[in-house]
Design a protein around this ligand. Structure first.
Ligand code: URA
Length: 209
């Protein structure tokens, strides 16, 4: 079973608290999303593979360990997941970025993929699927299904706020993945919004309410 990491770092808690406030501006919300993604990404990338290289310091030749570098893919779930991409790319600038777009069929309520473009060597990459809100878990499960169907194997999921229902659903469907969460909230309301949450993350990132 994959692990669930909930961050208790004071900087992350402080920034998420600012993002929750209803009067936080779109500009501030976007900047905070980038900062939280960087802070979370720092820990979520802890197991990235390294390679030994020989370099020359001003003093002597020596062997050092550096990131292999070309092995990472960041995959935001459209559209709110885009808010995490810049923060992750600040940490791993050579990562490739894929995109998965889903909508919920109004009759069947099943997630339907309308867009999926992934790096073509996705099967070789450490994949970070990012979406700020893990509510019912439906979109995350479907996005990871699509990525696995295209060969993706080594997957980590990162979100800002998760409801217990979403965590359980995602763990059941994809027991192999680790889940990184900045804050675990209480529940969902009747419209599947996370409570207390922060509202609609996409609207708050792009000012489209
Ligand atoms: N998506 C959001 O943007 N917010 C929620 O609370 C739940 C899903």
């Amino acid at each position: 079973m994959g692990k669930v990491y909930v961050f208790d770092h004071p900087l992350i808690q402080h920034k998420v608290a600012l993002m929750r406030m209803k009067d936080t501006s779109v500009k501030d919300f976007r900047e905070l999303a980038k900062e939280v993604a960087m802070l979370m990404g720092f820990e979520a990338t802890r197991n990235l593979p390294l390679k030994e290289v020989e370099i020359e310091t001003p003093i002597c030749r020596t062997r050092v360990r550096m990131l292999k570098g070309e092995d990472i893919a960041i995959v935001p779930i459209l559209r709110a997941g885009l808010g995490f991409v810049d923060g992750m790319l600040a940490l791993v600038p050579n990562a490739k970025v894929g995109h998965v777009g889903l909508y919920r069929d109004p009759e069947t309520h099943e997630p339907v993929e309308y867009y999926c473009k992934l790096p073509k060597d996705i099967e070789k990459r450490q994949i970070f699927v990012v979406d700020p809100m893990l509510a019912t878990g439906g979109s995350a499960v479907a996005a990871i299904d699509f990525i696995k169907k295209r060969g993706g194997r080594n997957i980590t999921f990162m979100c800002l706020i998760a409801a217990p229902q979403g965590i359980e659903t995602l763990q059941k469907a994809h027991p192999d993945i680790d889940i990184y969460i900045a804050s675990k909230d209480e529940t969902l309301d009747e419209n599947a919004y996370i409570v207390p949450g922060l509202g609609d993350a996409g609207d708050r990132l792009y000012g489209t309410k």
